[in-house]
Design a protein around this ligand. Structure first.
Ligand code: NAP
Ligand code: HSE
Length: 437
């Protein structure tokens, strides 16, 4: 092989937090990565939006452009690494690259969630491949684990913490009694937060990752609009204290459950009470955790850094090595695995059964508790615990209820009845209570 043939030329589209991490860490581990791949991973072109923006790493002159098409059109570039984010231009770039038979490596979970099926088809049709390890759980190799290490398994439940920003905010709010805004600002500084912050704060980023895991585990693309999704904005320090009083901590938990004989799938992302003595309760800051309940291997829990430059670039580089090896061998394993699906439809709200924590702000007057309890009883929900805290200053009180097992449908009916009355004021918070085993 000539010197030139021993290089795999890569084009990066996007050179922000993750892109610069990929550059820096490929340089740092150049020799080992060359040996592992069988050729040098050479970043031959980089596309950005603003050529004048200050970067933290120096790159050779001429390599950087503000025209992604230049990278896509370069016939010597065989791997396109999409690290720009968003779903419209990223879709165009990825589709064009795959249609030209190139391999695409991406960290873009929103893109995969919305267009994964189409992109995987394009890869298969044109002999390229799509890699996306960094799209779920940052540095944790959860996609490889599902695809390779746990290939013999089917999964009745997968759950975990999939959004680093939310976990970072919840951890620091609880630990340091801080309010939301300054902790969000710190998360931005650390490079955890998406350009569109509502993706992190309203649960959609974790929802996109959940859709990807559900596809890997069950071969079903679930539209995120069909999921129960709530982020962390309504969680207050009071909720954290109430949860602790009840023996729990609040985490943003993503879950995929296969329910009943028919294996209907229930996907959700919600602030959730996790027992203080459970593994999830100890996963702090920007760490993520995923528990994969395999029917052959039993439960496997993966914990690691879920966001930030180095962890994410570690996952991207793992994909680049795999892509480089496939390119050299000429053997392109299927992007869409041959595993058949074990679920065909989504669960109804009646199928989803769990315990719940509900925090209401109510008018502090007699009869309110009876009214709320009446609505629950009318919907067949049994209450396990009640806590009431008066707020002397404004004539309101916090009313916290923990239920026994009940269906999501019954709970929503009870909340609709309560909301139609005059006792409940403002927003309320509903959190499932996790059964960790
Ligand atoms: P970022 O810091 O905002 O960087 C985005 C990069 O894309 C910037 O270099 C930007 O150029 C470039 N870009 C945006 N639009 C472009 C366009 N139209 N043409 C050319 N370049 C364009 O984002 P990031 O945090 O690195 O995230 C990148 C991707 O990785 C996203 O899909 C994100 O969801 C995913 N991800 C991020 C993390 C994380 O912890 N940050 C973890 C996992 C996955 P300029 O620099 O000139 O503005
Ligand atoms: N914004 C994402 C998070 C980045 O906080 O988890 C990692 O996907």
């Amino acid at each position: 092989m000539s010197e030139e043939q021993q290089k795999i030329r890569i084009g990066l589209i996007g050179f922000g937090t993750v892109g610069q991490g990929v550059w820096k860490n490929i340089l740092r581990r150049r020799e080992e990565l060359t040996m592992e791949t069988g050729a040098e991973l050479e970043i031959a072109g980089i596309a950005v939006r603003d050529l004048n923006r200050q970067r933290d790493v120096d790159v050779p002159e001429g390599i950087i452009t503000d025209d992604p098409q230049r990278i896509l059109d370069d016939p010597t570039i065989s791997i396109i690494c999409e690290l720009a984010g968003g779903t419209s231009a990223a879709l165009e770039w990825s589709r064009k690259a795959l249609e030209a038979g190139k391999t695409v490596v991406t960290a873009n979970k929103a893109l995969l969630c919305d267009h994964g099926e189409e992109l995987l088809e394009a890869a298969e049709a044109h002999g390229g491949r799509l890699f996306f390890e960094a799209s779920v759980a940052g540095g944790i190799p959860v996609i490889k684990s599902l695809r390779e290490g746990l290939v013999a398994n089917r999964f009745n439940r997968i759950y975990g913490i999939l959004n680093g920003t939310s976990n970072y905010i919840l951890t620091r709010m609880e630990r340091e009694k801080l309010s939301f805004e300054p902790v969000l600002a710190a998360a931005r500084e650390l490079g955890y937060v998406e350009a569109d912050e509502s993706l992190d704060l309203d649960g959609w980023d974790a929802a996109h990752k959940t859709v990807i895991l559900a596809w890997l585990a069950h071969r079903m693309w679930v539209p995120s609009s069909e999921m129960l999704v709530e982020g962390i904005r309504r969680v207050t320090l009071d909720d954290m204290n109430f949860a602790q009083e009840l023996g729990y901590r609040i985490k943003l938990i993503a879950s995929i459950q296969r329910l009943g004989e028919a294996g209907r799938l229930a996907l959700a992302v919600r602030p959730t009470l996790v027992p203080l003595d459970s593994l999830m309760a100890d996963v702090s800051e920007a760490f993520n955790a995923v528990r994969l309940e395999g029917d052959v291997a039993g439960p496997t829990v993966l914990i690691g850094k879920g966001a930030g430059q180095d962890p994410t670039s570690s996952a991207v580089i793992a994909d680049l090595v795999d892509a480089g090896r496939a390119h050299l061998s000429g053997v392109h394993p299927r992007s869409r695995s041959a595993r058949t699906g074990d679920a065909t439809e989504l669960a109804a709200l009646e199928d989803i059964c769990q315990e719940y924590y509900i925090r209401l702000t109510v008018a502090d007057r007699s009869g309110v508790l009876a009214e709320v309890a009446g609505a629950f009883s009318q919907c067949g929900i049994s209450i396990a615990t009640v806590i009431q805290r008066d707020h002397d200053e404004d004539g309101t009180a916090s009313l916290v209820l923990a239920t026994h097992l009940c269906s999501e449908a019954s709970l929503q009916n009870a909340l609709a009845i309560i909301s139609a009355g005059e006792s409940v004021l403002g927003e309320y918070l509903v959190c499932p209570i996790l059964d960790p085993e």
